[in-house]
Write a protein that binds this ligand. Structure first.
Ligand code: MCA
Ligand code: AMP
Length: 436
């Protein structure tokens, strides 16, 4: 299906939502990829609301958690129909609350004021020489900052246009690339599927090559994929790095000559350091004018995510190359998973599986996956007969399909240390092609 919105059209579509939402504090929006969602988000922000985008694919448990945690005053769904809810504290400063996973527990609400959203985009406009002539083409979910902020509000607030092609499909993205100034945004899974599609239909290459900027983000694009895309397109896909909490902080510049395999350099106004600056290695710590204003209702978790001198601890380990570009090496904690560009906590999947009556014990790990980057693997000790498909469906329906394990492996017992803690490393080693 898909839709194309320009700034003027979006403004006109947003106006009635701004009127309807005037005086409302917090509004949850089921963020299906549809023009009414864009209009509702813009209108709600104009009306001074706090917008809580909800993944349309999220299951009952996850949606119930978000609604209970954020306590929005209204819920917009199905073409913009409004349902009044109990509400909570009446909201806060205009902006967004984006739900994202931690290593343990259910997803947390990342509070992002409107000023932060706008300031971050201004920095991105700067490094990519982004103008009102530019159009973004993408198929990203509108429940996360990549698709909603960068892919949609970014071009519309700049005065340009945003084209969401609907369900991700390389040919649809290619068809959406206008001969003008087009920026194509995607996660690495999309870029490797685009590469495969071009190999099957070389005529697609010239469409992608015509775009002004091709950008990958939300997870690392492996060097082999960079090389494959450069070979197919005769040009570079550039990378950028960000987080829901920090928004976009590091990126390769338009027209870069830097060798691929890095996420580029910090954006203007970003103070970025590595935990061991002498070695040019370690956890990325950032300070920027647009950092989040905490996890909703979780002051302890918020405080724990900062260093004593006010830098946000990203949990990402990086190396600074001699040319100043940053290479992301991995996560400090393996329990935070990136699959298809989605952030998923091992703990939330473990809790969900433990709620299934047949599951006695469970540990969730990941394995490298050519398509998804990381594949979620559940190691299960069953107390009664159950199939992998039943468990997968359980997770997909309660949380979201992208959180479902791609492999379920049954064991008689989980390996534990003398304190009873599960040894996830041993599970990775125990790996066998068939379930035990
Ligand atoms: C399969 N499906 C199931 C089940 N098995 N549904 C229910 N129960 C099951 N057991 C269905 C799914 O519903 C879906 O169907 C279909 O199978 C395929 O699902 P899946 O394999 O999970 O995904 P995909 O369709 O292959 O999608 C790949 C994707 C997607 C398009 C790359 O992962 C994606 O959109 N990723 C983007 C993530 C993103 O935007 N992250 C940004 C975070 P159907 O589709 O028909 O319902 S923001 C961020 O990271 C920051 C700040 C940053 O820096 O950008
Ligand atoms: P989220 O909050 O869903 O946006 O996830 C943020 C996480 O995605 C970061 O902490 C990184 O682990 C990962 N990430 C985002 N962009 C990149 C990138 N270009 N390369 C590697 N990892 C990335």
């Amino acid at each position: 299906m898909g839709f194309l919105l320009d700034a003027e059209g979006a403004r006109a579509a947003a106006a009635p939502f701004a009127v309807r939402l005037a005086g409302i504090g917090r509004v949850a929006i089921v963020a299906e990829p549809a023009p009414w969602v864009v209009a509702a988000v813009l209108g709600a922000l104009d009306a001074g609301c706090q917008v809580v985008p909800i993944n349309p694919a999220s299951g009952e448990a996850e949606r119930a958690h978000v609604l209970l945690d954020a306590r929005p005053d209204v819920l917009l769904a199905d073409g913009g129909q409004m349902e009044e809810l109990d509400g909570g504290d009446g909201g806060g400063a205009a902006g967004m609350i984006v739900y994202t996973s931690g290593t343990t527990g259910p997803p947390k609400g990342v509070v992002l004021p409107l000023d932060a959203l706008r300031a971050n985009l201004v920095a991105v406009y700067d490094v990519w020489a982004w103008t009102e002539r530019d159009r973004v083409v993408h198929a990203l979910p509108l429940s996360h900052v990549h698709g909603l902020l960068l892919g949609t509000l970014g071009p519309l607030w700049r005065g340009g246009s945003s084209h969401h092609v609907g369900r991700f499909d390389p040919a649809a993205i290619a068809a959406g690339i206008a001969d003008t100034d087009t920026l194509v945004f995607g996660v690495p899974t999309m870029w490797s599927r685009i590469a495969a599609a071009i190999e099957g239909d070389p005529a697609l290459a010239s469409r992608f090559a015509a775009a002004r900027l091709l950008v990958s983000g939300s997870a690392g694009l492996p060097l082999s994929q960079h090389e494959r895309l450069t070979r197919l397109l005769g040009r570079r896909v550039i990378e950028r790095y960000g987080m829901s909490e920090t928004l976009f902080t590091v990126g390769e510049r338009a027209g870069t000559d830097d060798p691929p395999g890095s996420v580029g350099r910090p954006l203007p106004d970003v103070e970025l350091r590595l935990a061991d600056e002498e070695q040019g290695l370690g956890e990325i710590e950032v300070r920027a004018p647009w950092l989040f204003h905490g996890y909703l209702g979780q002051p302890a978790a918020t405080a724990a995510s900062y260093t004593a001198d006010g830098f946000f601890r990203t949990g990402d380990i990086a190396r600074r190359r001699p040319d100043g570009c940053l290479q992301i090496l991995g996560r400090a904690d393996g329990d935070l998973i990136k699959t298809g560009g989605y952030r998923v906590g091992a703990g939330e999947i473990e809790s969900c599986l433990l709620d299934h009556p047949a599951v006695a014990e469970v540990a969730v790990t990941t394995e490298p996956d050519d398509d998804l980057g990381e594949r979620i693997v559940a190691w299960v000790v069953a107390r009664e007969p159950v199939t992998a498909a039943e468990l997968t469906t359980h997770v997909a329906s309660l949380l979201a399909p992208h959180k479902r394990p791609r492999d379920v492996r049954f064991l008689d017992a989980l390996p534990r240390n003398e304190l009873g803690k599960v040894l996830k490393r041993a599970l990775r080693v125990v790996d066998s092609p068939e379930p035990a």
